[in-house]
Ligand binder design. Sequence first.
Ligand code: CLF
Ligand code: SF4
Length: 320
Amino acid sequence: MMDNMDNMKEKITEHIEYRKSCEAKVVAAHPCYSSKAHRTFGRVHLPVAPKCNVQCNFCVRKFACANENRPGVTTKVISPDEAVETVRRAVSSEPRIRVVGIAGPGDPLANDETIEAFNLVKEEFPSLIRCMSTNGLLLPDRIDELDAAGVITLTVTVNALDPEIGEKIYSFVKYKGKTHRGKEAFEILSKNQLDGISMAVKRGMVVKVNSVLIPGINDRHLVEVAKKVKGLGAYTMNILPLIPQGRFSSLRPPTPEEIEAARSECEAVIRQFTDCVQCRADAVGVPGEECGIGRGRGSGSNSIGIIQNQQEDTRNAFEM
Ligand code: CLF
Ligand code: SF4
């Protein structure tokens, strides 16, 4: 019995050490972890995840998850089998693709299809980096499934730590069959985000934290977020400007100077990723080549015809 336990511990330690030894390689090939890779390598997003379990006040549910994706463009949801076919076509059309990401259009962890798709992709394309972006609510509950599916890079959106601020950003959180509101909702979400980051780091995942800069709400608070997530072992932070919509449609977006100020303040604490193009949930290609192509910020090039997704209406698909 003791021998079995020791063997298991040894295997887990080996697995984590192997993961950690891959960090430099992963970062060098991942377009969302370094400026150089951003212009050199590509990612393919698989829009297999329509449902969401929280309501961020800057999100309109008929579009894609605004924690990572450019709001205002809806995405056609595909099945895990279609997702594998999407990867096949993507890698044959764009040999620079190194990453397979799931970033919506809802929260990936609120959809079993996410794990299913990662497992299928792992089987056929073991060398591609598997990447996921989440609001973090279900991270502690599903971290072992992600680990087993070989997810190596993980983005968690953390917009606040302080419940006074957090309750202004989220309308509700649906967790374990119950809907929570106000500070209580934020406290559940925040605990799971922070525990989840720590659990992911302990499993050797390379963690990026996205934070949406919301003027007048969390602009002075992001440095506290930076300190906390750095302490938990996050690798980098990506501060995104609010694009006002939903309940926050009357707020103004931050100015470039405000974004720059927040990034420099946080840079002193944790490295900053500043090239984000706020992709679509079905983006395909090299993100660094998608700016200034006349389709608006972060439209994500799927011009190679991989997915037909223009303004497909997925209303109601987002509710759990
Ligand atoms: Fe996709 Fe996100 Fe992975 Fe990148 S996008 S799941 S970490 S592979 Fe990248 Fe796009 Fe910015 Fe995201 S540029 S929105 S940071
Ligand atoms: Fe919208 Fe859910 Fe993403 Fe929040 S986590 S931006 S509510 S899809």
